[in-house]
Design a protein around this ligand. Structure first.
Ligand code: T3D
Length: 257
């Protein structure tokens, strides 16, 4: 058993954080394992990634018991070395990443869920700011993602207040796209991942960069960015297939290239 498990089912890579007795809190081995797992997702044969937690938790952020002593002094370095590269790598990954939030997502674990492209929640999930409860500010990209997902005023009020959200409220806020009963959660995640993996992966992957850039770009800059990425998308086999399928009045069969 490793602290981060990966499994492949066709074009779907599932990454499972695996410290269930600590609700998958981040320690260095888990952060390293997650970084390695995200790197394996670069394989062109992988067309969708599912990120989830073993046991009853998704991820409850930094393991607070691993921060004693020297850890506190080096927190900036810890974040820069072990958190930032993975958060950036998930955004740079040109394929959809689904956070399958099976249980509590707290602190940097909440940020991790927000780093993903789609969030689907079990009705057993909860979303816990956590940082303010221990006198910290959001990190691991939490303030960046949440500003975009739910708007800066609401994100600030939530993070400063610290109130845990249950899954239905997270749905109402637009933090997750779907809430599923716990007993059918795994099946629905598999179905969603298969749907995304069957899409034209290059286009689906490239558009991540567009939506990340849009909030801080001018219209002129964004038009140029779209034109650049469209020039890439039209060169794909999947674009040719999409147009052919339209002309032939049949369902397109995309190959992710
Ligand atoms: O400082 C830096 O390094 C910068 C980075 C900071 C990033 C951060 O993520 S800061 C935020 C850290 N996370 C938290 O503060 C969350 C702490 N956890 C909780 O508030 C609660 O566990 C939850 C509300 C998330 C869930 O509550 P509940 O009642 O469902 O579970 P529990 O009983 O509290 O936890 C179950 C076990 O997991 C328990 O262990 P035990 O007593 O059975 O042996 C608990 O201690 C452990 N656990 C939960 N969270 C953490 C943890 N162990 C280590 N670190 C944790 N963060």
């Amino acid at each position: 058993m490793t602290v981060v498990e990966t499994s492949r089912d066709g074009a779907i890579l599932t990454i499972t954080l695996n410290r269930p007795d600590k609700l998958n809190a981040f320690d260095i081995p888990l952060l390293r394992g997650l970084a390695d797992a995200v790197r394996t997702a670069a394989d062109p044969a992988v067309r969708a990634v599912v990120l989830t937690g073993a046991g009853r938790g998704f991820c409850v952020g930094q393991d607070l018991t691993a921060l004693e002593g020297a850890g506190v002094e080096n927190v900036g370095d810890l974040l820069r070395e072990h958190y930032h590269p993975t958060m950036l790598a998930i955004r740079a990954l040109e394929k959809p990443v689904i956070a399958a939030v099976n249980g509590p997502a707290a602190g940097a674990g909440l940020a991790l869920a927000c780093a993903c492209d789609v969030r689907i929640a079990s009705d057993a999930a909860s979303f816990v700011p956590a940082f303010v409860s221990i006198g910290l500010v959001p990190d691991a990209g939490g303030s960046w993602y949440l500003s975009r997902l739910i708007g800066a005023p609401r994100a600030y009020e939530w993070m400063a207040g610290g109130r845990p959200l249950k899954a239905p409220e997270a749905l109402a806020w637009g933090l997750v796209s779907e809430v599923v009963p716990a007993d059918t959660f795994a099946a629905r995640v598999t179905e969603l991942a298969a749907e995304l993996a069957a899409r034209p992966t290059r286009a689906v992957g490239l558009m991540k960069a567009l939506f990340d850039a849009a909030p801080h770009a001018t219209l002129a800059e964004q038009l140029e960015h779209e034109a650049t990425l469209q020039a890439e998308a039209v060169r794909t086999h999947d674009f040719a297939e999409g147009v052919a399928a339209f002309r032939e009045k049949r369902k397109a069969s995309f190959e992710g290239r």
